[in-house]
Design a protein around this ligand. Structure first.
Ligand code: CP3
Length: 343
């Protein structure tokens, strides 16, 4: 029998072990990350270099006894392929040419897979070279989150331009969401076929959706993406991450069709366990800020999480990406604590 703990969990096989991995595990908190990144002239080129993708995907496995590797890429490779002039500016974050509602033509005939051939090649290499015990994760941004970056032109405290577009240019906005659904399906299908075991959909700005539109722009697009994947005979488990979705994550857990819901650090875990669809797996929840200093409350919180989920199907993870200040030794200590836990 294989010992791919995450796939076994999705296949409903009983286990005394809690699988563990970390969002943004391949990022700036690992010193070698910088030397790998410096081999390409910018972040987009980095994400388009199959050897560097493979190297950075493997990097956290050198340090950590974890159960998954998430392929190194970025959700903004779809806007990049849609010609939005995406750039990652040091100290600022991602910036791109903002789409003007009703005016900017929505390109709906792009072959995303062709643009992201290095990602496909990297997954093929990873699939054949990683230990079979490691779950290889592919991913994409959710349509809403991609639309936020594309209309506001980068990160924003309130995504006012995107929200204005929902109210003032509903048809145009809906067309953008439909187009993005199509591209997300394409990119996830490609990753599954190239070797990703599990697929994750990041809706990092779901808390910016006006509540009356939560079904339209968070739940339904996810449902449509999953339906389209299943129609294309892609049956890989799907993890959804409706970041800071508040009470709406309950409906999301029942209606979107995800096989696992990733909880951010603001979610009250006992509340979530009581209210979330018990048919699906829960992942996440530890505050990544807890991993910056070595502190007693970190280990107490890990114990608390473990006590809450002791008899549940659960994947240990953080409630958002590890930050650059995160300390490797703290991550190692948490992994040890989780590995030592017995149900
Ligand atoms: O280790 C991994 O998680 C794999 C790779 C990965 C990256 N981005 C690499 C990256 C993944 C899964 C992502 C997803 C992503 N990208 C999300 C969803 C998850 C989340 O954080 O909410 C979002 C919103 C983005 C968009 C993005 N990419 C931003 C806002 C930024 C700049 C701010 C930041 O966090 O640094 C990026 C750049 C980025 N993507 C980096 C990495 C390692 C840092 C780039 C660098 O300076 O080297």
């Amino acid at each position: 029998m294989n010992n791919n703990k995450i796939l076994n969990l999705f296949n409903n096989e009983p286990s005394s072990k809690i699988p563990i991995w970390f969002l943004r595990q391949a990022g700036r908190h690992i010193p070698e990350y910088f030397s790998i990144r410096s081999k390409s002239k910018n972040f987009i080129d980095f994400c388009l270099n199959k050897d560097l993708i493979v190297e950075s995907t493997r990097l956290p496995l050198k340090y950590y006894d974890i159960d998954a590797a998430i392929v190194f890429s970025d959700i903004l490779m779809i806007p990049w392929a849609m010609n939005r002039d995406v750039k990652f500016v040091q100290g600022v974050g991602p910036v791109m040419n903002p789409m003007i509602p009703d005016e900017t033509n929505i390109l709906n005939n792009i072959n995303i897979v062709e643009h992201l051939k290095p990602l496909e090649d990297a997954l093929t290499i990873l699939k054949s070279s990683l230990s079979k015990n490691i779950c290889l994760i592919g991913f994409a941004g959710a349509p809403w989150t991609l639309a936020c970056y594309m209309i506001d032109g980068g990160s924003s405290k309130d995504f006012i331009e995107t929200r204005k577009a929902i109210w003032g240019s509903y048809n145009w906005f809906n067309k953008l969401i439909k187009t993005l659904i199509f591209y997300v399906v394409d990119i996830l299908e490609m990753q599954a076929k190239a070797g990703a075991d599990v697929l994750m959909i990041f809706d990092s700005w779901s808390h910016m959706i006006p509540s009356v539109f939560w079904n339209d722009f968070a739940i339904n697009p996810t449902k449509e993406i999953i339906k389209n994947l299943r129609d294309r005979k892609i049956f890989n488990p799907i993890i959804g991450f409706p970041f800071k979705g508040g009470n709406s994550i309950i409906d999301y857990s029942y209606e979107s069709g995800v096989d696992c819901i990733s909880l951010d650090w603001t979610v009250d875990l006992p509340w979530a366990i009581k209210n979330i669809n018990s048919e699906i797996i829960i992942q996440g929840n530890l505050d990544p800020a807890a991993l910056i200093s070595n502190n007693l409350n970190l280990y107490k919180n890990v114990d608390f999480i473990l006590s809450c989920i002791a008899d549940k199907r659960f994947i240990f993870n953080v409630g958002h990406g590890l930050t650059p200040e995160c300390k490797i030794e703290n991550v190692m200590a948490v992994i040890k604590q989780v590995k030592n836990f017995r149900r």
